[in-house]
Design a protein around this ligand. Structure first.
Ligand SMILES: CC(C)(COP(=O)(O)OP(=O)(O)OC[C@H]1O[C@@H](n2cnc3c(N)ncnc32)[C@H](O)[C@@H]1OP(=O)(O)O)[C@@H](O)C(=O)NCCC(=O)NCCS
Length: 166
């Protein structure tokens, strides 16, 4: 995204953003943010099932009583903590909310026993890739045609022993 697009976001103090587990009543706002952020939106049922199965690693960021971002993480049987989706309301990006959501879900997945944290990201999503790399994720594989529009994904991994909570 261009610098001017980033400057269009509202500047807000991160200290006033609360990161907390998502509740049923947050789902409409989460779905609004998700639909704005991604070309293909998940159906409502997926959010509800995800919340039921992963209530402490489906997190929202709340600012002034409003949901401004979310992250959905889960622990796989192979002990990879997987980030299924993360997005911040476009009006609030660039305030550190995405980083704060990721850090909190990573801590929670590690407490649940994750050895690695993994995710897929579009190869064109340079902003998100920069954010993940800053937190210590490394590109380990390019998955050809991963997305339904044919775009490739990077599979990125963060080994837990390299996580310093930074
Ligand atoms: C990716 C996303 C969640 C980041 O949320 P955010 O709250 O803006 O992230 P932060 O403010 O914590 O940004 C931290 C870092 O991410 C990178 N970054 C985030 N947004 C960026 C952008 N639009 N352009 C360039 N770099 C960006 C930068 O490295 C930034 O560090 P800096 O502010 O010191 O330059 C947000 O841009 C978003 O919702 N994007 C659409 C959905 C999406 O792509 N999700 C990821 C799918 S895998």
């Amino acid at each position: 995204m261009s610098t001017s697009a980033r400057e269009a976001s509202r500047r807000i103090p991160l200290a006033m953003v609360i990161i907390r587990p998502a509740k049923l009543f947050d789902i409409p706002e989460v779905m609004r943010i998700e639909a704005e952020a991604f070309r293909e939106a998940y159906p409502r049922g997926l959010f509800l099932t995800f919340l039921e199965n992963n209530p402490d690693t489906f997190l929202v960021a709340e600012y002034n009583g409003r949901v401004v971002g979310y992250v959905m993480g889960y622990l796989r049987p192979d002990l990879e903590g997987h980030i299924m989706s993360i997005a911040v309301d476009k009006d609030y990006r660039g305030n550190g909310i995405g980083s704060a959501l990721l850090k909190e879900v990573i801590e929670r997945l590690i407490r649940k026993g994750a050895r690695y944290i993994g995710l897929e990201v579009r190869v064109s999503n340079l902003g998100a890739i920069a954010l993940y790399e800053r937190l210590g994720f490394k590109k380990v594989k390019r998955i050809i045609g991963y997305y339904s529009d044919g775009e490739d994904a990077y599979y990125m991994l963060l080994p837990v022993e390299e996580w310093r909570g930074s």
